[in-house]
Every structure is written in structure tokens, then in C-alpha cells.
Design a protein around this ligand. Structure first.
Ligand code: ADP
Ligand code: MG
Length: 761
């Protein structure tokens, strides 16, 4: 029976398989082979015992030079102390409090491999009860032979599995394999001079030289990128083969009516993208277009024009927003922009106008019923709601276009779920406000065509960003004075906190980071507050309240909470007269909506909130943003956040306040990078370098076996581009992969995982 990647470890290694599964969840041959060494040791150098880093898990090779049984003083019994020496004169002692079974194996002259955590006892290096293997063991229990003659692979440590046992089991598997079907087409592999799959696994686990494992790793990464790109290429080909209803622009329709109504001209960039969208909609294959552009670059207007194009052509459009706040905001904004166009059939409305229906989870039942009816009857040409809601509840007779507003979240799940649901595929337009680095675009949106809005509409004001660190308390104090000045000048202010906190969170201690009466470092000896009468009595800090989905979690000092900060600002002389409201995810939708409306209407001066304001909020008079504990936010997220200010006629100001704890100088540096540029692409690239892939890719890409195993999007750009080209060429030449069964199997596997993921939701 042939052994391949899907073979259960049990059938290859027998009972040892249970240890691999229990310790590391490894069940198949592929699982074990894909569990790669963390690093390698060169036995000719690093196992020289003198160089062994203390406290590390090590594997060493040496010769037993002495073995002594000591009578223990403190307790009954004897102890075995074995001295092992390396060729460079280094020595290490192995101690066993239960000598039985060891003393006849660890005899002078025996070559041994041992592994454990290094400690010192009386100035000698020592391993206590180490795992070990004896090479050429006289008792016949020989193992560890794989450690000889090459680099020693070091795997991520697992408490319940000895590296020696792991290595022995892996050896059995490598020996059982004679051949592995290779998903990489022969011509691609040979053309790039890559080892075949089995050779690659052998080289990565048993390299003789550095070059061996580098070559092997490169090949494994390349394969991963190739398979992803092949899947995307096939998806795109399949989708191009699915019919969609063409939605040809109708002159003199609602699109023209809106263009007439807009108080501005589209920018050249917007006109070009609208043209691209119109060209897509005309075709009888579904559009898959990604529209990226900074916050405020005018994507929403374009989405609206796309939706009206479809309505003009007799269809309906759905706009999916990531949150309820954003769905309501879109509804408000779009209804206002449309004016009479959205009052079809109503008094004063346009005769041939349409309706816009909003669906949210918190709507009253009657209101919801009305919206559902309008959607189902086709009376509403545009339906706006959150992803989940629209997917689960709405029947749209003539769904012609789905617009997905992803803001800064990359995710393929919703798009897939919707595509799977429609009978005739709808056209799809995805909007994202985060400029997407090329590798992410290719990997996550590889099956879409990209449009980018590069210029901001005229009239957008520059945003100045300053980093305010804990060391400069005077500056932080100044920040609140500045906030008050902004408000007096007619501006509005966002104050963003990393967490909501509890109503009964302790007051912020006096005289620390956020200035007079405000925050922070509970451990800090803040300078005396400049405005002494404003100080809030210091109280012992309680444990940080957590568990809220908008809260930015993380260790470290107590983070600012919305309730706390609002209370402090209401007490501070500089700010106590300002009209202040709170906004966060624990409020009901009506409350949130009320606050947002009031803020939009200029009835609120200062909005203290979590990142719920991040998505899509558009208040022209908002000029200033203060982000507290700014180091707790991602680079792109901060860039998104500050995009909320300076949207009207006046320049924006963003203050990134950090408690800048010493252990993390990188955090302040990151903030400085955000302050230094407003180039979203540059920041997105930086972001990718500092975040884990999973955060960037969303659940499907990061979870479980379908996750990126070897690729790093920030580092492997060239490789991804190469694999992209090769894979698309391969799939175009042989769309059904009849000549490439191994690749086909790999893609089926990927599909199955993806389907299972979507099932689970
Ligand atoms: P985005 O969705 O990309 O964040 P929006 O479409 O919400 O951007 O546009 C931001 C603001 O700019 C809105 O108030 C919008 O009305 C306005 N706007 C859009 N396009 C233009 C333009 N060409 N000229 C002037 N203002 C524009
Ligand atoms: Mg927008």
C-alpha cells in the first residue's frame, strides 16, 4: 500500500502516532511533514556545549565520558550523574534521580543525543532527566541516528513530546515515502529549478547544509502561492462562464438625475472608475470589481451611481455594510444625496424615482416588515443593511448588483456566501478604504479586477498628526485646551478610546499622562497637574474591564475607557462646558443612531467613543481627533480613524496620545510613522509587516489547514508575483487540469475546506 500525504500516521508509525496527535494534533503524513523546524543547529558549531544558551530547549550530541552513581543524602535512593563531552572540550552533566534503565545504556564511550532545558549546577551545565537517545545502543534501542551528519532541526517546543521521539517518528515517515504526487506542474518546477515535493520535505527536515533547507522552503512557499493562485484563476474562469444579466446604462435615467443633483463634479478619477463599472455592467458575465480608495476619496458616490445604473436597467441593488451604525449612516447619506430620486411614487418625489430600504437587526418589527416588503416587491431599488441581515432574510426579486462595503476588513466569506446564493450571479462591487498592498490584493482579491481612486476630491483638507507621549504631560494637558479651542472655533472633536470600560470604572488618577485630571499611567509619578483645581481624586485602578468586541485587548497599563474619559472631561475646566456624548458598541442601535445624528447635526461638540466611529462616519465639521492609547491600534486603523476629520472646509488635526511604556519603544515609533505620512499605501505596507497575517486575511485564510502555512505576504512579494503568473498561465492552458491531477486534488482539498468553513459560518 502506498503512503501519501493523506495517509494516517497510525498506519505508518503505529502506536507513536498517538503521541504526535496528543502533543501536536498531527494526524496525517501531511500534518507531520508540514510541521517545519523552527531553526537548525550546526552540530559542528552550536552544540559545542559552551555556547548553549541557558534556559533553552536544546538537542546536543556527545560522548559519555563518565557515569557515576551517587548515594543521595537528603532522601533514599541513588542518583545517576553522566558526563557527556563534545569534541571541543565542552562538558555537560545529565542527572537522573531514578537511574534504573539508564545506567546500562549510558556507559562511557556511548555516543548520545540528549535534549532538554539547560540549567547550571555548581557551575557545570546540566540537563535534569533529559530525553536522550543512544546511537548504536548495545541494548538495541538505537535511535536519533538522523541527528548525525547534517544540521540538527529544532522544532517549536512541545512539552509532551520529546524532540528525539518526534525525529524518530518523522524518520519512519520519510523512509516510508517513495514518491509524492507533486501539485506543481513538471515544466514549472523544472523551469524554476525546484526540488520535487518529496525531495523538498526531505531537505527541509534533514538538511545537510543551509542551502538545502532554504531551497526546500522556497519551494514549499512557492507551491502554496501557486495553489492559491490556481484556485483564484479557476474561480475567475468559472465565474466568467456564469451568466449574469447585463445592466446597460440608460441615458436620461436616475444616474443622470443624480449627476445633475450633486453639488460637485466627479473628479477625473471618479469618472474613469464609473466608466469601468459601466463597462463591466454591460457584460453578461458578473462584474467582480474591487474599488479601493482612501476614506473620503468618493467611493460611496460611485457605488450609488453603480446601484442606480442597475435600477435604471430594471434591477435592484443591495449595499452590505459591516456594522449597523454604518448601514444607518449609508442609509441617511444616500437618502439625502438622492433627495426626490428616492421618493419614487411619493408626493413631491420623482415619478420614475426609486426607494431605499434599510434593514437592521434592531428595527421595530413593523418597520422591518415594511422594508422587507419594499425589497421583495421591487419597490425599493436599493436595499441597505448589514451583511448577515441581508443574506439571511431578504428576498430580492431582481438582485442585479451587490455592493460590499468592507472598509478595512478583508474577507472573502461574505462575497462567497452571496455568490453561492443567487441563481443568476449578481454583479459584485467591493469597496475597501484600506489601500491594499499588492500581495494582499493578489492573494485575497486575486479573482477581482481592481479600480483605485488615488486623488481626494478637491476641498479635502490636509490632516496634521502629532504624537503625544506620556513623557510630555504638559502637551497632553495642552491637547484638551486645544480641543476646547477647536470647539469655540466651530469645530467638533472625536475622542477615541481603546475600550468601553464599566460605568463604575475608577476615576482616572490625577496628574498623569492625559493631563490635568485625565489619565493615566497608574504606575507613573505624574508631574503635578498644571491646573490643580481640576484634578480628579486619584483612586486605585481596578482591573481593566474587557470582553467587549470593540475593546482593543492587550496587556500593559490600564487603558482609557469611554466612560472614564467622558467623566473626566466633564470635570475638566477646559472641557466641562462642552456638549459631550458617548458612543460605543454596548449602546442600543437607537441610542447610537441618536448620538450620531446629534453629532452630525452639530448638537454635540465632543464625541467620546470606541472605534465604532471608525467606519464610514462623515461629519464635515469634525476637525479634531484625539486617539487615546493610540499604540493599541493598528497602523491602518489609525489612518482610517483620522480620515474622519478634515472633511469639511477646515484642516484636520489628529493627536495620537500614548502612555508610551518603556518596554515597547516600537509602539511610539509606529505612531511616528503614522504621523509622518498620509500615504495610505505606504502605511498599509507597514501594517502588513507588523501584523499577523490572520488579521489581514480574515478567517478563511488564516484558520486551520486552509491558512497560509509558509507564505508571508509582507516578505514574499516577488515569489507571489512569480507564482501568480505561472499559475494563471497553467490554468488558462488547461482549465480542467486534466493533465495535472495532483494540482486538481490539491484544489479540491482547498474547496472542501472552504465549503466546510462556510457551513460552519
Ligand atoms: P468614501 O466613501 O470614499 O469614504 P465618500 O463617497 O463618502 O468617500 O465621499 C466623501 C465626501 O466627499 C462626501 O461628502 C462626498 O459627498 C464628497 N465627494 C465625493 N466626490 C466628490 C467630488 N468629486 N467633489 C467634491 N466632493 C466629493
Ligand atoms: Mg464611505
Amino acid at each position: 500500500m502506498g503512503v501519501d500525504l493523506d495517509t494516517r500516521l497510525r498506519t505508518v508509525v503505529g502506536a507513536g502516532a498517538k503521541r504526535l496527535e496528543d502533543a501536536r494534533g498531527l494526524r496525517t503524513v501531511a500534518d507531520l511533514l508540514n510541521f517545519l523546524p523552527r531553526t537548525y543547529l550546526d552540530p559542528a558549531r552550536s552544540t559545542s556545549f559552551r555556547e548553549i544558551p541557558h534556559g533553552e530547549d536544546v538537542v546536543v550530541v556527545g560522548t559519555v565520558t563518565e557515569a557515576v552513581l551517587h548515594q543521595m543524602r537528603a532522601r533514599k535512593g541513588r542518583m545517576l550523574v553522566v558526563t557527556v563531552s563534545d569534541e571541543f572540550g565542552g562538558r555537560i552533566k545529565l542527572t537522573f534521580f531514578k537511574p534504573f534503565g539508564h545506567q546500562d545504556r549510558l556507559v562511557p564511550g556511548a555516543r548520545v543525543v540528549c535534549s532538554g532545558q539547560v540549567g547550571t549546577y555548581k557551575e557545570t551545565l546540566q540537563l535534569t532527566h533529559p530525553d536522550y537517545a543512544v546511537l548504536d545502543d548495545p541494548t538495541g534501542k538505537s535511535s536519533g541516528g538522523w541527528l548525525l551528519g547534517g544540521l540538527v532541526p529544532v522544532y517549536p517546543a512541545t512539552p509532551r513530546l520529546s524532540p528525539i521521539v518526534h525525529g524518530d517518528l518523522l524518520d519512519l515517515v520519510l523512509h516510508a515515502l517513495t514518491d509524492l504526487p507533486d501539485p506543481l506542474p513538471e515544466d514549472v518546477r523544472v523551469g524554476k529549478g525546484l526540488p520535487d515535493l518529496l525531495e523538498a520535505y526531505t531537505l527541509v527536515h534533514r538538511p545537510r547544509t543551509e542551502a538545502d533547507h532554504r531551497r526546500a522552503r522556497w519551494r514549499l512557499k512557492y507551491q502554496e502561492a501557486f495553489v492559491i493562485q490556481a484556485a483564484l484563476a479557476r474561480a475567475r474562469l468559472a465565474s466568467d462562464a456564469t451568466p449574469a444579466v447585463p445592466r446597460t446604462p440608460v441615458p436620461g435615467g436616475l444616474v443622470d438625475a443624480l449627476l445633475d443633483r450633486l453639488p460637485f463634479e466627479l473628479t477625473a478619477g471618479q469618472r474613469a472608475v464609473l466608466q469601468e463599472i459601466h463597462d463591466d455592467l454591460r457584460r453578461d458575465v458578473p462584474m467582480h470589481r474591487l474599488l479601493q480608495g482612501e476614506v473620503g476619496s468618493g467611493k460611496t458616490v460611485l457605488a450609488l451611481l453603480a446601484m442606480l445604473t442597475v435600477v435604471d436597467a430594471g434591477g435592484q441593488a443591495a449595499l452590505l455594510a459591516p456594522t449597523e451604525v454604518l448601514a444607518s449612516q449609508h442609509h441617511r447619506g444616500i437618502t439625502a444625496m438622492l433627495g426626490p430620486i428616492a421618493e419614487g411614487g411619493m408626493l413631491g418625489g420623482m415619478d420614475n424615482g426609486t426607494r431605499v430600504a434599510l434593514l437592521t437587526g434592531s428595527q421595530a418589527a413593523a418597520e422591518r416588515r415594511k422594508a422587507l416588503l419594499a425589497a421583495a416587491s421591487g419597490e425599493a431599488g436599493i436595499v441597505i443593511g448589514t451583511h448577515a441581515l441581508i443574506q439571511d432574510t431578504v428576498q430580492l426579486a431582481e438582485l442585479g448588483l451587490v455592493v460590499v462595503d468592507e472598509q478595512h476588513r478583508f474577507g472573502v466569506e461574505q462575497r462567497d456566501a452571496l455568490r453561492a446564493k443567487a441563481a443568476l450571479a449578481p454583479h459584485v462591487l467591493v469597496m475597501t478604504a484600506t489601500p491594499i498592498p499588492r500581495t494582499v490584493a493578489m492573494t485575497v482579491y486575486g479573482d477581482m479586477t481592481t479600480s483605485t481612486l488615488r486623488e481626494l476630491p478637491r476641498g479635502r483638507q490636509p490632516i496634521t498628526t502629532h504624537v503625544v507621549t506620556g513623557e510630555k504631560e504638559r502637551w497632553v494637558g495642552r491637547a484638551w485646551v486645544r480641543v476646547a479651542e477647536e470647539v469655540r472655533g466651530g469645530g467638533q472633536v472625536y475622542v477615541v478610546c481603546p475600550r468601553i470600560g464599566a460605568e463604575d470604572d475608577p476615576d482616572l488618577p490625577a496628574g498623569s499622562t492625559v493631563g490635568p485630571g485625565l489619565p493615566m499611567s497608574p504606575r507613573g509619578q505624574g508631574a503635578p497637574a498644571p491646573d490643580a483645581d481640576a484634578t480628579v481624586p486619584a483612586v486605585e485602578d481596578g482591573p481593566a474591564a474587557g470582553g467587549d468586541d470593540e475593546d482593543v485587548a492587550g496587556p500593559g497599563p490600564q487603558l482609557h475607557g469611554v466612560h472614564q474619559v467622558a467623566r473626566a472631561l466633564r470635570a475638566l475646566p477646559a472641557t466641562r462646558d462642552l456638549r459631550l456624548e458617548e458612543l460605543h458598541g454596548r449602546m442600543t442601535s437607537e441610542e447610537k443612531d441618536r448620538v450620531m445624528r446629534a453629532f452630525s447635526a452639530g448638537e454635540v461638540d465632543v464625541l467620546v467613543s470606541t472605534t465604532v466611529i471608525e467606519v464610514g462616519v462623515d461629519v464635515p465639521d469634525a476637525t479634531t481627533m484625539v486617539v487615546l492609547d493610540a499604540d493599541r491600534f493598528g497602523i491602518s486603523q489609525l489612518h482610517q480613524l483620522r480620515g474622519r476629520v478634515g472633511r469639511g472646509g477646515r484642516p484636520g488635526l489628529c493627536l495620537l496620545v500614548t502612555q508610551g511604556h518603556e518596554g515597547d519603544p516600537g509602539a511610539v515609533e509606529r505612531l511616528q510613522q503614522v504621523a509622518a505620512t498620509t500615504d495610505g499605501f505606504e502605511l498599509a505596507r507597514l501594517d502588513l509587516e507588523t501584523r499577523r497575517e490572520g488579521d489581514v486575511l480574515g478567517a478563511t485564510q488564516s484558520g486551520g489547514r486552509s491558512g497560509l502555512r509558509f507564505l508571508r505576504l509582507a516578505r514574499d512579494e516577488d515569489l507571489i508575483v512569480e507564482a501568480h503568473e505561472a499559475a494563471w498561465a497553467t490554468v488558462e492552458a488547461d482549465p480542467d487540469l486534466v493533465t495535472l491531477p495532483a494540482l486538481r486534488r490539491e484544489l479540491d482539498r482547498l474547496d472542501a475546506e472552504r465549503a466546510a468553513f462556510l457551513e460552519r459560518g
